[in-house]
Design a protein around this ligand. Structure first.
Ligand code: GLU
Length: 450
């Protein structure tokens, strides 16, 4: 007996646990969605027909491959590559590629599962997928990164395409890596198929505002969520974990909305700057020099502190935006944030809050925005990049950002309306899971037993 789950959905989860042994993150992601679906099947028992929910939990295809490459010392290195093509009912598979030593099949599966519902929430015609490798880019030279990306694409190119599967970036994969992968795809296929990858550079088919989109989108979503309680970002103390692409552009938009970001982090520790994090300096350290965040304090001097290891969530704040990685915010961290008076939490990363943490926030009445809704701006703008590529057009920054802002408003409002319809006003987790599920389920049903 699995607690907290509708009895008709128990066998679904049991089967997922059995079939995907040793993949705790995937179990966690599926469980959270199934917990929300109890209310759906109570109202619409036909969703239980034809093993529809079981099929949604099973990826359409899982590709695992060897990635051999030669390092600067002339040594041959081996990594493992993955692409999980989770669901293509709504469009070609779409989702990022992650390069990080923690990557394994279960992590990519959890990300692909989340991506499927996130992409559905954007309202754009994109299915869900995710890929990656256990390659660790830290400390690697530019030449090593390029050779790794080329080797990775040498296998991946057989499985992707503008109408098939469209990867993008994620942790450890940014503009530089996408460029090397696109170059190798073009060489191998002899085709200039711009729409095969998103997150491309502006020099060769990228979209304006794509780099900023996940972070800006998060700030838009949380801003709208705050407005449901008559609150605004202005004059709020904000803590943003991480210091990668999502974190940096979240901070930039929070700043523009008048909030003050006082802390951010990397895997080594966190910095606190009560005067407000200096974004130009942070960008220079992270995007240009590609250095660790500890450098911030060395460069900034007085006023800023670096805390090695420790929890960034001990920093008192009004708004907490976890933008680093999965399961980075524990139940204990959530209790600390609540004790310090947090009013809103928005997930910029994928599944950064552990299930206990989400419960603590919701029980305390804290506004909580789940990643699959709040961080969907990145992939939504990827879909806008695909549109520009398909029409051989290039939009202005303002035009692209306006589309992003309206997509985020829409996702927010759909989640809020769905939560209300299912009897839990303000529960964005329930709203996002149900609204995403219904869109995928309806498309799958229309396509027959697929
Ligand atoms: N990796 C991002 C995400 O988690 C973006 C995916 C994309 O643009 O395809 O949604």
């Amino acid at each position: 007996m699995i607690t907290g789950l509708d009895e008709k959905l128990q066998p679904v989860l049991e089967e997922v646990l059995r079939r995907n042994a040793g993949e705790p993150e995937f179990h966690q992601a599926v469980r959270e969605v199934l917990e929300s679906l109890g209310r759906v099947v109570a109202k619409h028992p036909d969703y239980l027909d034809d093993a529809l929910i079981e099929r949604i939990c099973e990826p359409e295809r899982q590709i695992i491959f060897r990635v051999p490459w030669v390092d600067d010392a002339g040594q041959v290195q081996i990594n493992r590559g993955f692409r999980v093509q989770f669901n293509s009912a709504l469009g070609p598979y779409k989702g990022g590629i992650r390069f990080h030593p923690s990557v394994n099949l279960g992590i990519i599966k959890f990300l692909g599962f989340e991506q499927t519902f996130k992409n559905a929430l954007t309202g754009m015609p994109i299915g869900g997928g995710k890929g990656g490798s256990d390659f660790n880019p830290r400390g690697r030279s530019d030449g090593e990164i390029m050779r790794f990306c080329q080797s990775f694409m040498t296998e991946l190119h057989k499985h992707i395409g503008e109408y098939v599967d469209v990867p993008a970036g994620d942790i450890g994969v940014g503009g530089r890596e996408i460029g090397y992968m696109f170059g190798q795809f073009k060489r191998l296929t002899g085709r200039y198929e711009a729409g095969v990858l998103t997150g491309k550079g502006l020099a060769y088919g990228g979209s304006r505002a794509r780099r900023e989109a996940t972070g800006y989108g998060l700030a838009y979503f949380v801003g709208r969520m705050l407005s449901t309680r008559g609150a605004v970002f202005a004059d709020k103390r904000v803590v943003v974990s991480g210091s990668g692409n999502v974190a940096i552009y979240t901070m930039e938009k929070v700043d523009a909305f008048g909030g003050k970001v006082v802390a951010c982090s990397d895997s080594g520790g966190y910095i606190v700057d009560d005067a407000g994090v200096d974004l130009d300096l942070l960008k220079e350290i992270k995007e240009v020099r590609r250095e660790r965040i500890a450098e911030y304090v060395r460069s900034k001097g007085a006023g800023a502190r670096y805390i090695e290891r420790g929890s960034i969530w001990e920093t008192p704040c009004d708004i907490a935006l976890p933008c680093a990685t999965q399961n980075e915010l524990t139940g204990k961290d959530a209790a600390t944030l609540v004790a310090n008076g947090v009013i809103a939490v928005g997930e910029g990363a994928n599944m950064p809050c552990m299930p206990e943490a989400v419960r603590v926030f919701q029980d305390a009445g804290v506004l909580f925005a789940p990643g699959k809704a709040a961080n969907a701006g990145g992939v939504a703008t990827s879909a806008l990049e695909m549109q520009q590529n398909a029409s051989r057009d290039s939009w202005t920054f303002e035009q692209t950002e306006e589309r992003l802002a309206s997509i985020m408003r829409n996702i927010h409002d759909v989640c809020a309306a769905t939560a209300e319809e299912y009897g839990s006003p303000g529960d964005y987790v329930l709203g996002a899971n149900i609204a995403g599920f219904v869109r995928v389920a309806e498309a799958m049903r229309a396509l027959g037993v697929i």
